[in-house]
Design a protein around this ligand. Structure first.
Ligand code: ADP
Length: 257
């Protein structure tokens, strides 16, 4: 399948230093085919957020190249939906206004408010939170805010979606529910996706491939195939293959961390 897809995201020799010479990312080389979904795991401080921020254009100074379908990822043609760790919702705007504003900024040419409101309704329903449309972020639980942030990322119909540990604050049960909802939405709208998590099981449940980042920024990352991805979501967790894959990934982690 991957042979038929466009090159998608291509990161070549990416190196990021923060001011003062602090090395945040060594040489990162990575390709995600268009419409692929890859998960990233790595120890704290290895540069996962920095990688997402560089791809999203929030870090302007880096060495190397970041392309999407062979053009700079920061060209106008690439629209990125970012779900940051802190959700990034504006507290003084309602759920609907938060999403509407993101849609207006990303598609200034489309001004039909009614159509946009219908779209917002669709995405909120898909995330199971349509009743929250008029609420303000501060009145929502962490899990509800995460769902809003994800609905907003989908609603702008991005070329690429970047998620930074979006389910980290959730209890195990809610997390399982949202993982399934997220994956169902992605299957209906398979935007090229990079999903950071610190949870091995989540990486296996959601990633077509799993990227294991090294603790030493000078070392290369490892990309692991994940046949589990193609199983029915509800069968994954209790399968022998899942258990074997967990062992395989832990082995790579021990080598790299
Ligand atoms: P991760 O997301 O994997 O936990 P980060 O990308 O947040 O890692 O950080 C990578 C490295 O860069 C760490 O050593 C961290 O201390 C450093 N770092 C992150 N943000 C900054 C910053 N704004 N200024 C200086 N150093 C930073």
């Amino acid at each position: 399948m991957s042979d038929l897809r466009n090159s998608g995201l291509r990161v070549t020799d990416l190196r990021v230093e923060y001011t003062g010479g602090q090395l945040a990312l060594g040489r990162v080389n990575l390709t995600i085919p268009e419409h692929g979904i890859y998960t990233i795991i790595g120890p704290s401080g290895c540069g996962k957020s920095t990688l997402l921020r560089a791809i999203a254009g929030l870090i302007k100074t880096y060495q190397g190249e970041i392309l999407f379908n062979e053009k700079s990822v920061h060209s106008q043609e690439t629209l990125i939906g970012l779900v940051p760790q802190s959700y990034g919702l504006l507290p003084w705007k309602t759920v609907q206004s938060n999403i509407l504003m993101a849609m207006r900024i990303s598609h200034p040419d489309r001004t039909l408010r009614q159509a946009q409101e219908q779209q917002i309704q669709y995405w909120l329903e898909s995330m199971g939170i349509s009743d929250l449309v008029d609420r303000y972020p501060m009145s929502l639980s962490g899990g509800q805010q995460q769902r809003v942030a994800i609905a907003r990322a989908f609603a702008i119909l991005p070329t690429m979606m970047l998620l930074d540990e979006p389910f980290s604050a959730l209890d195990a049960f809610t997390r399982e529910t949202i993982q399934q909802i997220f994956l169902d939405n992605w299957l209906t709208h398979p935007t090229t996706t990079l999903f950071v998590t610190h949870d091995v099981e989540e990486a296996i449940l959601l990633g077509e491939k799993i990227i294991v980042m090294p603790s030493n920024q000078e070392e290369s990352l490892e990309v692991v195939d994940n046949p589990i991805f193609h199983m029915k979501h509800e069968d994954k967790r209790n399968s022998d293959e899942f258990f074997q894959q967990t062992k395989r990934i832990r082995k790579v982690m021990h080598k790299k961390w």
